[in-house]
Design a protein around this ligand. Sequence first.
Ligand code: SAM
Length: 299
Amino acid sequence: MSESVIQKQSNNEKYISVKEALKTQTQLTQSDSPLLDCHLLLGQALGKPRSWLLAHDDYILSTSESASYFSAFQQRKEGIPIAYILGEQEFWSLRFTVNQSTLIPRAETELLIEAILDRFPPDTKKDHSKGRVQVIDLGTGAGPIAISLASERKHFKIVATDRSFDTLCTAQRNSQQVSSNKVVFVQCDWLTAFEDGQFDLIVSNPPYVEADDKHLESLKHEPYNALVADEKGLGDFRKIISSAEQKLRKGGMIILEHGYDQQSAVEGILVEYGFSGIEKLKDLNGQDRVILAYGPDAK
Ligand SMILES: C[S@@+](CC[C@H](N)C(=O)[O-])C[C@H]1O[C@@H](n2cnc3c(N)ncnc32)[C@H](O)[C@@H]1O
């Protein structure tokens, strides 16, 4: 479909069908999945699922549906991530509201959830003489880690932090919508707001991209402070790990997501601060992605 036809349609001078609207996919040259993007945007404009679009490709869009579709399509053409246009992203089969104050939750972060659930089965409550498992998610963003854990483990008592107030407001809304096991949200700088010896589990997917990383150009719509860390991307790992040793209870675990080429550097920081029992995990693409370890007091 030519540019001029789209222009006319967006000015409501011509009615188009679902089939014709989907042909605009050819203009999403920078997208890895242009047809899927168009399906999602059209589905949102029409308030219909993909299955309906497939079965009704001769449906003619109303003027307001057409205007809504082309407005969203234009944003996608300008490179805005589909999750920001739709206002939501799926993670751990849950729907999270996202906006430009939050990082878009990534599929690879589900590895953190799997690793934690494997090590803290549902019945561990009985093993914890002090009651519930105390968990903290540092840099929660839209809340995918904290809220997914809360939905899976009712005996987890979870605090989630972020430095950004706007981000925390979105995370809090997500918590209210998604899980009955409520998360407590705290605005602070990493672990500075907490007393020593409080947590059984510290989890974080901190910023870990280097300031001069060439991939940042393709991430320009997401918050810079959620992505970039100093010391070649390792600065926030050092800040978190150096204070984590005091904040963990005896036997407590820390688990961190990191960049594909940072595993040995993060391992070095964990060893430097006395952590042991280190385990290293790969994501579904075979990339080094997660590291976990036990606090200096662990037996
Ligand atoms: C890579 S994002 C991860 C977001 C979310 N946990 C996820 O996995 O989608 C890192 C988060 O850390 C937050 N952050 C950055 N510096 C921080 C600090 N000093 N203290 C607390 N949070 C911080 C950012 O605002 C951002 O939400």
